[in-house]
Design a protein around this ligand. Structure first.
Ligand code: URA
Length: 262
């Protein structure tokens, strides 16, 4: 079959349009609205159409995640459990693999970001791109290098670097909670609105929430720690004038650690 040069130009132009819009991966022949929450009433219909459009059952997936997370007694085992987990819809949406965490699993500070981006997906480690380099510089300036373990609310890159949905975050939450329980950090730093909303279970805006100390207490077990939310380093790259607030939050974290150990 011969393709007309005008068709090729039209296809290239359409692909460029989607690429500019942030759509850089194609994993279905037809669009699927994955922001729709599947209610119990819809489950029967969804199951009937599953051969056409496979859908992860959120309840089963979350129960699976809880079971796997609870069975992990070390951070290594937890990383392996996450890598084997197929219950998050982000698996199979174009991510190359799972991005679990980096840093010291016995660190006094747990940092939770939003989701891996393209560079993190390629490297298999969180915060290795431009935002990560800024984060590393801030941690170094605050004397916190080597005192952190860094992970995200979800472990697979969302297509086009979109924000993970609350459903995707909820399915991954048992693993994030287990990391918290295994590390038992003295403080937690949440980067950006998506991480703050997911961990603190709130709809408050990040500009209101940032810089305030709250408590993160797990429903099961005796695990709690002070937590502070701050602006995401990717936001700081776009809005450098906001660095002042993020720096104040980083210093508040360093100060609290120094006070608590002194
Ligand atoms: N942004 C995040 O929230 N997490 C990463 O790992 C990288 C960029």
């Amino acid at each position: 079959m011969q393709t007309d040069a005008r068709d090729i130009a039209a296809i290239e132009s359409l692909l460029a349009f989607w690429s500019d819009a942030g759509v850089d991966a194609c994993y279905e022949d037809a669009p699927v609205d994955r922001t729709i929450v599947v209610t119990p009433a819809l489950k029967a219909v969804t199951r009937a159409t599953a051969s056409v459009m496979p859908v992860v059952d959120m309840g089963d997936a979350t129960a699976d995640a809880r079971r796997l997370a609870a069975g992990a007694d070390t951070m290594e085992a937890l990383a392996a459990a996450v890598a084997d987990f197929k219950g998050c819809e982000l698996v199979g949406m174009g991510a190359r693999g799972c991005v679990f965490g980096r840093g010291d699993p016995k660190a006094p500070v747990l940092i939770i970001g939003e989701a891996p981006g393209a560079e993190e997906d390629a490297a298999g480690e969180p915060f290795v791109g431009r935002a990560g380099k800024l984060l590393d510089r801030m941690l170094a300036a605050a004397g916190l290098t080597d005192q952190v373990f860094i992970t995200n609310t979800v472990f697979w890159r969302p297509p086009g670097n979109r924000t993970p949905t609350p459903q995707e975050q909820a399915v991954c939450a048992p693993f994030v909670g287990r990391a918290f329980a295994l590390i038992r950090p003295r403080a937690v730093l949440l980067l950006g609105a998506a991480a703050a909303k997911s961990v603190l279970k709130t709809d408050e805006g990040i500009l209101r929430m940032r810089g305030q100390w709250r408590e993160w207490r797990l429903a099961e077990g005796d695990v709690s720690a002070p937590v502070i939310a701050t602006l995401h380093p990717a936001f700081l790259l776009r809005q450098p004038q906001a660095k002042r607030e993020a720096w104040a939050d980083m210093l508040a974290l360093a100060d609290r650690l120094a006070r608590d150990s002194g």
